[in-house]
Write a protein of this length. Structure first.
Length: 431
């Protein structure tokens, strides 16, 4: 599925080609007039458009610096200058291409201890790569009731909980880096908490009884699992141009039954999912994981691309208890959460993962929704699936995951604040 972004939106990197008319006709085959410069980065490409017509042959004066193919696409190989020439009959047209170095990426890294006690401190330091002089670092705490941070990166714990500390700097554009600090109210000498940033794990030494938590999770999953469904997006596609289109499964997402109405022969069920799960569909089907055929859904009842939310309905004689929504005002950083969905498709239908709220009111650049940041494992196919609190109430719709070699388990669920706004704007009944 789309977002579950690389922020799964899975963001694919491509080399862009920009069209530009940059070559000038010559009055003589031995004379070049109006030579210009264009630039390209090492490893990148531009596409040139010759002003001469006819059967054009392209050439480069130095293929070790820049190459050019039969379509006029120039690729930078190494730093230097190369003349690109287009020839058609006796007419030629040339331009000088300057191949420039790729500007190094500026990245902030933060070092320091991620665990402190209430009234304790830790001194964080930020390093920016590929700079000759370090610009000013600005520090910010996501919740100053849990911990504060001063201009030197000194974090002071105030109350037990999790807090996100952000370092920012401006280098042509603003760059940032965030880490999570655990503030603990632990005083016994025989019980310690250690977590260095490079470890990316919590090591807790001491006697902790997890039986109650385990029993609670099992009970919640047993209660809500029947209301978690798969949403299959079918589209008409053809194998080859000119051949007949065939209805085929295009993508798979997750959804949750949140409302039902009695109708003749059964119930009309309402399913909440992501807009990108149902986008561009020719037909939607609801999957229950059993041996029965998928149930064809009715038309999308309401949808919002802005919020990335949609509601679809289907009719069935199955007796399914809908999920219930929680209270957006009770979601806090540090709360345990449960995610259920279909990661990578129906081979792992209704997979359950467990985690913690990292930040309860996150805004993301370019997005209109408010998100809950959490670390319960989600993957493509989890899009549209529910995020539960430890009372078995839905507090979010999983939709985005950050994918990066330096990132582990940073997922986002659309918050109840956004979900309720969507429902109310569309006059959709819930709970």
């Amino acid at each position: 599925m789309k977002k579950i972004l690389i922020l799964i939106f899975l963001l694919a990197g491509v080399v862009g080609l920009t069209g530009c008319t940059i070559l000038t006709d010559t009055t003589s085959p031995d004379t070049q007039l109006g030579a210009e410069y264009v630039s390209v980065k090492v490893g990148s490409s531009i596409r040139l458009q010759a002003s001469i017509t006819g059967d054009i042959t392209w050439s480069s004066s130095d293929d070790t610096i820049a190459t050019v193919d039969e379509n006029g696409t120039v690729k930078g190989i190494k730093i230097g200058l190369a003349t690109i020439t287009a020839k058609s009959g006796i007419k030629t047209s040339s331009i000088i291409v300057s191949v420039e170095a790729v500007e190094p990426e500026h990245i902030i890294s933060i070092s320091g201890n991620q665990n402190i006690l209430v009234n304790g401190t830790t001194n964080l330091s930020a390093i920016i790569s590929n700079v000759t002089t370090t610009p000013q670092i600005f520090w910010e705490s996501s919740n100053e009731n849990v911990a504060t941070v001063d201009s030197n990166g000194v974090v002071t714990g105030l109350t037990a909980g999790l807090v996100t500390i952000k370092a920012s700097a401006y280098l042509e554009e603003t760059i940032t880096k965030e880490i999570i600090i655990l503030v603990s109210a632990i005083n016994d000498d025989d019980e310690t908490v250690n977590n260095e940033i490079n470890n990316k794990t919590y090591e807790i030494i001491g006697d902790i009884d997890l039986t109650d938590i385990n029993d609670t999770i099992v009970g919640i999953v047993d209660d809500v699992l029947p209301a978690i469904v798969g949403v299959s997006n079918y589209q008409y596609t053809s194998s080859f141009p000119g051949t007949s289109s065939v209805l085929q499964l295009n993508s798979v997402g997750s959804g949750m039954i949140f409302h039902r109405e009695a109708v003749s022969g059964g119930y009309r069920y309402y399913v909440l999912t992501n807009y990108h799960v149902v986008e561009d569909r020719s037909e939607l089907r609801i999957y229950f994981g059993d041996d029965e055929d998928e149930i064809i859904a009715e038309v999308t009842v309401q949808a919002s691309k802005t919020y990335d939310l949609a509601v679809v309905t289907f009719i069935s004689n199955k007796d399914i208890t809908p999920i219930t929504f929680g209270d957006p005002n009770t979601v806090d950083a540090g709360d345990f959460v449960i995610a259920i969905g279909n990661p990578t498709g129906y081979d792992f239908f209704r997979s359950v993962t467990f985690g913690m709220v990292s930040y309860n009111n996150r805004e993301l650049s370019g997005e209109s929704s408010i998100y809950i940041q959490h670390d319960a494992a989600i993957n493509p196919g989890n899009s549209g699936g529910p995020l539960f609190d430890m009372n078995g109430k839905v507090i979010g719709v999983n939709t985005i995951k950050i994918v990066d070699t330096d990132v582990e388990n940073i997922g986002f669920a659309i918050s109840l604040t956004t979900i309720f706004s969507f429902f109310e704007s569309k006059n959709i009944l819930y709970n």
